[in-house]
Structure formats: C-alpha cells, structure tokens
Design a protein around this ligand. Structure first.
Ligand SMILES: *Cc1c(COP(=O)(O)O)cnc(C)c1O
Length: 228
C-alpha cells in the first residue's frame, strides 16, 4: 500500500497536468516545487523515491539540515524570504532562489556567488498588490533592481515570483497571475532578456496560475498535509 503522502503527490501531479491541458499547455512546461517546510526529511525522501526531484523550503537552516540528510540528486529551491545574513549558507546550496526583492540582497548574493565562483539562479519576487506584510519588490523599484541583477555576472536571472493576496475564491487571484505574466513580457522586451520562469500558484490556486502561464508551482499542504 502506498503512503498517503505519495498518493496525494500523485494526485497533485495529475491535477497539474490536467490544469495545463485545460489551458492548452504542454504539461511538461509546468514544474512542481514540492514545498516541504516544517515537514521532516523522511517525507521528502519518500517523494524523492517515487520521482519528485524539486523541493521548496522557506528557512535556510531547516533546508540545510535536510540537504545534509538527503541525496544530492534533489534540487532545492528557496521560496521563503532571504535575509542578507543567511546569504552565505544559501548561495550554491539552492538551485534557485525565488525571493530576490532588494538591491541590497542582490548585491550580497552576487558577492557570495563570486566568492564561491559559482553562478546562482534567481527569480525576482514582486509585490504586485503592495501588501505591507509581504516581501517582494514594488513595481516602481523594479528598474533599479533589474539593473543590479543584470550587472551581476554571477547571478542568472530566470524570471519572476509572486505571492498574491489570499482569497477564498482562487479565481480572484487570477488577475494577479495575469499581471505577473504581462510584467514578465514587458521586462523581456524592455531589457532584451529571456525570463522563462513564472513561479506562481500554491495548493489553493494552482489551476488559475497555470492558466496564466505558471512554470514553477509551489505546493505544500496539498501534498504534505497541514504544517505543525
Ligand atoms: C508555504 C509556501 C508555499 C506552499 O503553500 P501551500 O498553501 O501549503 O501549498 C508556497 N509558496 C511559499 C512562498 C510558501 O511560503
């Protein structure tokens, strides 16, 4: 008998594929980031054993402990806010850092990546709804952050990340997903860069996000259950 968590993961993978097909997209263009924060390394190991390779974590320390306990074939993504004093432990450890939202953080990441002689993949997190309690760069502060990131030889900028306001009805989040895609298209044209990744959509609203072009969908609760 399969573990409950594996059953929920399988159903989630199927639901993502169905949402992609309903949107006329190739399911292979939507990647699942299984957000394992506050769940044990054993749960990650169980999903890795059945084929999940990308896991998302919010806290650098917690993630580093799991990395040390699990095979190097797992790709870890940092989806939580990154403090500049944690940059040293984050660079090189995470395949992608989704939450770059300030010039100061971008500078710190560049400096550490240069020191480690590596190239760190990043996304820029945007606070479209201007929610004070949320991280993410405000749209008017984007140009200077973009200039900083593009001038950083050790940062590989791959796209945008969004945490929309919470709504009970996921369809109400959809305009934010659409705006993130439009913003991406605008930045690509304005700066002459390719930004293929849109990190958006969680347990409650992934179908709306996929309909609007999400390529990295961050799902925790739907797979792992409630966090303690
Ligand atoms: C916790 C978290 C998720 C997963 O949310 P669920 O609602 O549990 O699917 C996704 N993205 C970020 C940034 C998170 O902090």
């Amino acid at each position: 008998m399969e573990m409950a968590i594996v059953v929920r993961w399988r159903r989630t993978v199927e639901a993502l594929a169905e949402a992609a097909e309903a949107a006329g997209r190739d399911p292979a263009t939507v990647r699942l980031v299984a957000v394992s924060k506050r769940h044990p390394a054993a749960a990650v190991a169980a999903l890795h054993a059945v084929g999940q390779t990308v896991f998302g974590e919010n806290y650098v320390q917690e993630a580093r402990a799991k990395m040390a306990a699990l095979p190097p074939s797992i790709a870890w993504h940092l989806v939580g806010h990154l403090q500049t004093n944690k940059v040293r432990q984050a660079v090189g450890a995470f395949a992608v850092i989704h939450t770059v939202d300030s010039v100061r953080l971008a500078h710190a990441l560049q400096e550490e990546a240069r020191r480690q002689d590596c190239v760190q993949s990043i996304l820029v997190q945007v606070n479209l709804a201007r929610e004070e309690q949320k991280s993410g760069v405000l749209e008017e502060d984007l140009p200077v952050l973009v200039e900083t990131v593009l001038a950083a030889p050790n940062l590989a900028w791959q796209g945008l990340m969004l945490m929309p306001p919470f709504f009970d009805d996921p369809q109400r989040a959809r305009p934010y997903f659409a705006r993130l895609r439009q913003l991406r298209d605008h930045l690509e044209a304005r700066w002459g860069v390719r930004l293929p990744e849109l990190s958006m959509g969680m347990s409650g609203d992934f179908a709306a996000a996929i309909a609007e072009g999400a390529t990295l969908v961050r799902i925790g609760t739907r797979i792992f259950g409630e966090r303690s």
